[in-house]
Design a protein around this ligand. Structure first.
Ligand SMILES: [Zn+2]
Length: 142
């Protein structure tokens, strides 16, 4: 494996998330952004990449409200796909509390598609299915 595969490791990416920094890769061949990190540009396949910090802002493309969660997760949360301002699409949780009506209209209807969001993060404790604590993008409405 050549050196360019280590421009941005998964560990670097997750450490960035813990500090609310969204790290991606800028392709020196086509100029597009890849996020989360991959060994090659997700748009053209080039390995000529450099690490870059993204704005963490974007809009919700789609979402799913999870009423029946996997073991060790609390029910009723929202997983969303966010198209980042820089181009790539990433998955994360949406900051949503049905009891606090944290969304603009108070519930998770189709109205939230297109809603502007910004990056935060969520730390999930380890369980029997994982190797330990995990961190994932958490998106908050702007
Ligand atoms: Zn490219």
């Amino acid at each position: 494996m050549s050196k360019e595969f280590y421009v941005l490791t998964s560990n670097d990416y997750h450490e960035g998330l813990k500090n609310n920094k969204l790290l991606g890769l800028r392709c020196k061949n086509c100029g597009q952004i890849t996020c989360p990190p991959l060994p090659t540009c997700q748009w053209c396949g080039s390995t000529d990449l450099e690490k870059t910090e993204l704005s963490g802002k974007g809009e919700i493309l789609t979402f799913a409200r999870v009423y029946v969660p996997p073991e060790s997760f609390e029910p009723d949360y929202i997983v969303c796909l966010v198209r980042l301002d820089e181009g790539p699409t990433i998955m994360g949780r949406l900051d949503y509390d049905k009891d606090k009506a944290s969304l603009k209209n108070g519930n998770a209807s189709q109205d939230i598609i297109g809603m502007r969001v910004r990056l935060d993060h969520l730390v999930i404790p380890g369980d029997k299915f994982s190797a330990g604590e995990r961190v994932m993008p958490l998106f908050k409405p702007i």
